[in-house]
Structure formats: C-alpha cells, structure tokens
Design a protein around this ligand. Structure first.
Ligand SMILES: *[C@@H]1O[C@H](CO)[C@@H](O)[C@H](O)[C@H]1NC(C)=O
Ligand SMILES: *[C@@H]1O[C@H](CO)[C@@H](O)[C@H](O)[C@H]1NC(C)=O
Ligand SMILES: *[C@@H]1O[C@H](CO)[C@@H](O)[C@H](O)[C@H]1NC(C)=O
Length: 230
C-alpha cells in the first residue's frame, strides 16, 4: 500500500525529459511546449504555476490541450491585445497523423479560453526557421523574431542561418515590413533575444561565418539593438 501511494506522489511530478522545447512566462505561469523525447517530436503543452506557494508534495505540472502539431526548435512569445495569448512560430512542425512536415507556420493559444487556433496573418509570410528567438514589445504588441536556421528534416548540409528580424504584429495580426537597422551581425541560431529596458539583447548561440562555417558565438560578444520602445 505504501508503495502505491509513493508511486502516485512521484507520478504527479514526472514529465518526460526533452530537448528543443520552448517556453513563455505569462504572469506567474511558465508555459512549456513541444520538444524532442527519445528522438520523437512531441506536442505536449503544460505549465507550472509559480503563484502557488511552493510545496513539493502538492505541486505538479498542469497539462493543457496539446499543440495541434508536433514541434521542436520553435520559438514562442506572449502576444495579443491583452497579452494573454501565446504565439508559437516556426521550428520543425510535423502532422501528428503521418509525421510529414506541416505547412502551418504559426499557432496561437489563448490562455483565457484555452484553445489553439491558426491565426490568419496578413502581409508577406516569412520563410520558416528553427532555433530563432523571439521577444515581445508590450507598447505596440510586436513580436520580434531574430535569426534562426532553415528547416531541413533529415540533412543539415544546406542549412543557412539568418541574421534578420521578422516582426509579427500580434494585435493587428500582420507581418510588419521591417528593415533592421542593425549592421548585419553574423548569421546566428540557438541564441536568445530578450527585450531589456527597451533594447533587444542577443546573446550566445551558433554563428555562420562568410565561408559558411559554423562556430559557437563568443559569449562576450553581445548584440544590442537601438531602443525599440521609442
Ligand atoms: C499528412 O496529414 C495532413 C493532415 O494532417 C495532410 O494535410 C497531408 O497531406 C498528409 N501528408 C501526407 C504525405 O500524407
Ligand atoms: C478563443 O479565443 C480566440 C481569440 O483569442 C478565438 O479566435 C477563438 O475562436 C476562441 N475559441 C473559442 C473556442 O472560444
Ligand atoms: C572560415 O573563416 C574562419 C574565420 O571567419 C577561419 O578561421 C576558417 O579557417 C575559415 N575556414 C575555411 C574552410 O576557409
């Protein structure tokens, strides 16, 4: 009997280990989605609520409706007029029924009604990319997505890295035609792009040099944009 109780208690905590998932923090909830478990792309979606006093005997991950596709190496951001939506962009997305690549580039989860939708976004759709990083400007609802790599399912020989921003207006649901004022930094993927006091700070990851060689980014080399909140 004791063994069964112990098992249930542990089960509450357990979530499969994964790589290449993506996270979003909205108020005190950290949402995590997708990733790769035992070489399989995954569609799990769950959150951890940090507003509840920490008690390891009670705390557990809360599962939500899984992503409509399997996803790994995507990037997710808060968005929408009430900042209550999650926009999951790019990465490798595969259909759950046949594991072929999905044509959908972006999914939106509304944290109020707890449903996934495919938002209709006007403007020129950017090319799919994986290992990009996104950050949200609460002043205008724009999601800035920097860098990333082209998506190849089985070979990486033709992989190209990006060094531009693509911008999604998450309120108007449009792709913003935007020319980055950055002096073309090196192409990069697997970095982080984070809005801090109005500036987007880009750190780490992998760089592609002019001769198409990949190398780890020098962690002392940080890219800082102009102040985007002005
Ligand atoms: C895989 O399934 C999706 C629907 O989920 C369908 O649109 C697509 O055509 C299918 N692809 C193949 C190769 O069967
Ligand atoms: C949930 O909200 C979104 C807008 O954020 C809307 O597009 C969708 O239709 C809603 N779904 C349901 C089931 O109410
Ligand atoms: C590629 O460029 C890097 C410096 O950017 C250099 O160190 C490396 O030797 C070059 N590789 C080739 C194959 O030319």
């Amino acid at each position: 009997m004791l063994i069964i109780i112990l098992f249930l208690a542990i089960y509450c905590w357990v979530i499969d280990g994964r790589l290449a998932s993506t996270n979003v923090l909205i108020s005190s909830k950290l949402y995590t989605m997708g990733g790769i478990i035992n070489s399989q792309l995954d569609s799990n979606f769950f959150y951890f609520d940090f507003s509840i006093p920490f008690d390891t005997s009670l705390q557990s991950y809360n599962y939500l409706n899984s992503i409509p596709v399997n996803n790994a190496w995507g990037t997710a951001s808060v968005g929408g007029i009430h900042m209550s939506e999650i926009f999951l962009f790019g990465g490798i997305m595969t259909n759950k029924n046949n594991n072929s690549l999905s044509n959908t580039l972006i999914y939106c989860f509304d944290t109020i009604n707890k449903t996934w939708t495919v938002p209709k976004i006007s403007g020129t759709q950017p090319i799919r990319r994986r290992e990009a990083s996104s950050t949200f400007n609460p002043n205008n609802g724009w999601i800035y997505i920097f860098g990333g790599a082209t998506v190849q399912l089985n070979n990486h020989i033709d992989t190209i890295l990006f060094n531009d921003f693509i911008i999604l207006d998450s309120v108007d649901l449009s792709w913003v035609n935007y020319k980055s004022p950055l002096n073309a930094p090196a192409r990069r993927a697997s970095h982080t792009a984070t809005l801090v006091n109005g500036y987007i700070i880009i750190i780490g990851g992998t760089e592609m040099t002019d001769n198409f060689t990949l190398k780890d980014t020098d962690i002392n080399q940080v890219i800082i944009t102009h102040n985007i909140m002005h």
